[in-house]
Design a protein around this ligand. Structure first.
Ligand SMILES: [Zn+2]
Ligand SMILES: [Zn+2]
Length: 132
């Protein structure tokens, strides 16, 4: 748990058991879960956990750049512990979201057509190798 305490401290965030649990869950489950899945899973071992706490915590962690919010799935926000630049593949059949590491020619671009670039994020959609 110490590395997660360190992450929160670095951002000047209060250390709470719920925040640590949620970060840990995202680190151990690299499936880009949605908030409801995180809530349901953590509720099993933390009966007092509330849905609001989970949503608020995810918001704070995302704002502080400790996790990443993905809107690749139309219906719900997904969350990612991996904050280094990478892209995502969504399978239209099983709904799985996978990390994609491809070199983007613009990755080191800071400016494009006069616009300032802060993030480059590719969404790939199709059928995954398990569903083909
Ligand atoms: Zn699939
Ligand atoms: Zn990812």
């Amino acid at each position: 748990m110490n590395e997660y305490v360190k992450l929160l401290k670095e951002k000047g965030l209060k250390i709470t058991p719920q925040r640590l649990e949620i970060i840990r869950y995202l680190d151990l489950n690299r499936t880009h879960p949605d908030a409801d899945t995180i809530y349901t899973e953590l509720k099993k071992s933390n009966p007092s956990l509330s849905r609001t706490t989970v949503y608020n915590t995810l918001d704070i962690l995302n704002q502080q750049g400790l996790i990443r919010e993905l809107t690749i799935s139309r219906s719900e926000m997904r969350y990612d512990f991996e904050t280094r630049p990478h892209h995502h593949f969504l399978c239209g059949k099983c709904g799985e979201i996978m990390d994609i590491y491809v070199k983007c020619p613009y990755l080191d671009t800071k400016e494009l057509g006069g616009n300032h670039i802060e993030e480059i994020h590719g969404y790939f959609k199709g059928t995954c190798k398990n569903c083909c």
